[in-house]
Design a binder for this molecule. Structure first.
Ligand code: SAM
Length: 208
């Protein structure tokens, strides 16, 4: 996995060290432990949901430009793997997940493995105002448009990395920075994610 990350352009020593150190086999289903390090998304314990492929996690976390002690928000906890990688980069992480059972399992797992992550069950499309502001925010599901509430929860100089729908062409991984009080966005390339469902996302069924 590490050779593949380097081959695909991951350069940040902190991100590479975090990816090498977080035990991905602890975040996949029991039957998938042997292929935990394959460069692909794998199913997790909720219909249609996945733990993202390692390269995409590394690209997103590198784009967050985390510094030790940063306050970071991870929207879409899933298995908790990306939150663990962010914490292993030295960030204090708040992670929010709309599927209650996933949030509970991930919280137990992250606590057992000793990562500095607070998991909250709920809709992350509006951020977590009671924990804001954040130095960095990652969204692990595809948004229909720029999630404005999240951008508003960034500090000056803060970074938001989010896949945004590009119509029929899939999604564009987008980074927003707050520079001199303005939002400056750039495209980091095409990507594929499950939909972000919630008040400022796509419509979806209620979940427990
Ligand atoms: N990064 C995760 C990991 O490392 O396992 C995988 C994220 S998975 C591709 C996307 C997750 O986003 C799913 O668990 C889904 O339930 C969650 N999600 C979708 N909409 C959400 C919302 N509005 N708020 C919080 N989580 C949401």
């Amino acid at each position: 996995m590490m050779a593949s990350l380097i081959e695909h352009g991951i350069r940040s020593p902190a991100v590479l060290q975090a990816m090498a150190g977080v035990p991905r086999e602890e975040f996949v289903l029991d039957g998938d432990r042997e292929r935990a390090y394959a460069d692909r998304a794998l199913p997790i314990d909720a219909p249609g949901q996945t733990i993202s492929q390692p390269l995409m996690v590394a690209v997103v976390v590198e784009a967050l430009e985390l510094h030790r002690g940063d306050r970071a928000l991870d929207v879409g906890t899933g298995s908790g793997y990306q939150a663990a990688v962010m914490a292993a980069c030295g960030a204090h992480v708040v992670s929010i997940e709309r599927v209650g059972s996933l949030a509970e399992t991930a919280a137990d797992r992250l606590r057992r493995l000793g990562y500095d992550v607070e998991v909250i069950a709920g809709d992350g499309t509006l951020g977590v105002p009671e924990r804001a502001p954040f130095d960095a925010i990652a969204v692990g599901a595809a948004a229909p448009r720029l999630p404005v509430a999240l951008a508003r929860q960034l500090v000056p100089g803060g970074r938001l990395v989010v896949p945004i729908s590009n119509g029929p062409n899939g999604e564009e991984l987008t980074r927003l920075r707050v520079i001199n009080g303005r939002w400056v966005t750039e495209s980091l390339g095409p990507c594929r994610f499950v939909p972000l469902i919630g008040a400022d996302g796509y419509e979806g069924a209620d979940t427990g």
